[in-house]
Ligand binder design. Sequence first.
Ligand code: FAD
Length: 419
Amino acid sequence: MTHALIVGAGIAGDTLALCLARDGWQVTVVEIAPALRTGGQTVDLRGDSRQVLVDLGVIDAALERLIPQRGIAWIRADGSRMAAMPVEAFGGQGFISHEELLRADLAALLHDEARAAGVVHRFADTVDALTDTADGVDVRFRSGHYAVFDLVVGADGTHSRTRALRFGPESRYRKPLGLAHAWFTLQEQPGTAGLDGWALSYNEPGRRGVTARPGHDGQQQVGLTFAASTVPRDRDEQLTLLDTVFAGTGWRTAEFLDAARTAPDFALDTYDQVHVPDSWSDGRVVLIGDAAWCASPLSGLGTALGLRGAAELAHALRQHDVQDGASSARVAAAIETFEAAMRPRATAAQKLLPGRVAMVAPKHQWGVRVNALAMRMLQARALLPLVEELAGSRGHEPALPVHVPVPADVARQPAPDGR
Ligand SMILES: Cc1cc2nc3c(=O)[nH]c(=O)nc-3n(C[C@H](O)[C@H](O)[C@H](O)COP(=O)(O)OP(=O)(O)OC[C@H]3O[C@@H](n4cnc5c(N)ncnc54)[C@H](O)[C@@H]3O)c2cc1C
């Protein structure tokens, strides 16, 4: 059996693992965290995301986990609304869709499917050395374990270790966008202000943004966005930094800063893009997902690209029959096919709309007001065609099928457009 190692049990990693296992590969996934990582906000099921989940035969399971949402509202410090965009805006193509689920739920769904297909996961471990041999890659794990693989896939996110080992330091590829973002789950207590299905967004001058979005069963997904190009790795230092940056910020910010201290899924990172020019592969080592092309959460397309990229790589490996014999020539041909399909999509997604950073976290109070005004005007009937054009060009279309094999016992659901 051909044996693949996938580094990172995230969206891209477990999707690829599932596809390869169904194609007859032996698949090992190594994940640095001690268990599957939870946390993160919602991901929507439009375009590529929906199509790949349909092709995988897991769309029904994903739809069962939808978060009931009514829309997004931009609010003042007292919670009153300056502007709102319901999920129905632009025929369902607005900022918030009625088909969204938590990233953690999607990751868990893909992970369970991958395990059921026979994928082996090694948690709390990572790769320490990747050495080419005559017919494979000799991998030394941090745990001291060694094994040889036909293919090694770096799906280990923006700060990819696989990329650092084979392509060079992160500084060569990381393009910080000048913002950082903390996120965590807040458990509603008696007296917590409910969201009633609305994602709420509050901004203060000085590039400080505070959001709360509905989660499951009395949970709220909180986000704190601010200006920074680097952040500390130590959790205590991160919390101190947030306290300093958000000191005196209005609305529910003080409550959120308190909750961050005890949230089990608290995380803080910069908003970055990853640009790896020329090639995402080096011999039998290839990058996918954020490790290869992170477009940043500001693109709204990270999950769609992760899913799509995994499905495209599996498709290319299948087209070149790599599962039946992983010669260097076949692997190289498959990776070339994969790059040709994915690079234009990734490059397009990395082109953020002008002013996107300022929109998420305005510098001045007038910027906060202009944002709210723009959100109201965008929904004016006369501007709808322009907005729909912009939304369409942002990568939600076209969603092409990638023909992932679905086991016979999994019902195949048609895409909304009938493909
Ligand atoms: C916990 C979490 C929450 C997120 N929340 C959001 C969000 O709210 N909004 C948004 O737009 N995007 C979010 N993202 C990013 C989003 O998941 C990706 O942009 C997108 O889904 C592409 O997925 P990926 O598989 O390439 O990367 P990811 O989903 O980030 O997965 C990468 C995986 O690799 C693991 N990993 C990292 N380093 C190593 C290593 N050295 N060895 C082994 N494994 C390693 C990570 O622990 C993670 O499980 C989040 C990612 C994570 C991990």
